[in-house]
Design a binder for this molecule. Sequence first.
Ligand code: EPU
Length: 339
Amino acid sequence: MSLQIREGVSLKPFNSFAVEASARQFAEANSDEQVRQALACAAERGLPLMLLGGGSNLLLTGDVEALVLRMASRGIRVLEDDGERLLIEAEAGEPWHPFVQWTLQQGFAGLENLSLIPGTVGAAPMQNIGAYGVELKDVFAGLTALDRQSGELREFELADCGFAYRDSLFKRETGRWVILRVRFALSRSATLHLDYGPVRQRLAEQGIEAPTAVDVSRAICAIRSEKLPDPAVLGNAGSFFKNPLVTAELAQRLRSEHGDLVAYPQADGLVKLAAGWLIERAGWKGFREGDAGVHRLQALVLVNYGQASGQQLLSLARRIQADIAERFAVTLEIEPNVL
Ligand code: EPU
């Protein structure tokens, strides 16, 4: 089928912040062939091509003078199954959480801690999504991407992807790779990860002594629903800042001034601080100016109460960054892609 290109399309339904911005041109790709068609059309028209997954890690600060291509390809398949271990492949346009639920319904474990994360399968490797002690890289088995420079398909293994905390080669080489499909290594008898924050406690409260992957997923959905706003109800892009890595020396100094500082020492000697704690301590939690605000239950999440523009959200973020730098000498890095 040939690609349908529309002119002047509102991107409000396609970004989870629900910010108003218009795309000069807009199309949806359901196949590799349509991705290639879109690249050729953009080149012909002299427009850049901007890729869009679920739009859940994106802040639009103005109209987009590009051909915006939404990845909409669907399909999930079991490539290998030895009775215990599985290799599962999903197309880039598959919505993430329904995909996670599908794997759990089949009895495949591995993705349970990544339940209820907004976005698509194809976007997941970009920022190496992570939650409750598991990152995408822990279950990643490979991906197929189109190299926009050479026009060729390339297979990536784990070691090729440069995954780090909320980071990857695909994020660093912005615009080069179109992720087409992703493979996951799952298993039937799971090693569950229950040690992050409130997971184990939540299961215990429910009287679950020997949890299954499905139990873990349910507990995580409940925890997330309590703390994180549902983008369908209140526009947001999840955590707006990364948790900063600081020197042990700075962490020590902050700890001596703030006994309840939340800090996680890392293997490399650096210390990861909870940005949500810093922002809350600086008094921003629940702050609202016009329709741009800081969520009242999770200070790491900026929210759009309705009509906030991308510029207003960005300017709020800049004020928070400046305040945190002044108070704690800590640099907060913005997590979503700002366009
Ligand atoms: N905290 C506060 N105040 C706040 C928020 C958090 O004091 O307003 C404290 C909490 O009490 C806790 C610590 O900070 O001691 C960590 O909080 P939480 O467990 O809620 O996680 P987070 O560090 O704020 C990260 C991820 C989330 C992920 C959760 C759970 C980043 C940038 N964010 O948040 O990911 O769901 O851990 O694993 O790493 C996302 O990336 O969009 C996202 C939501």
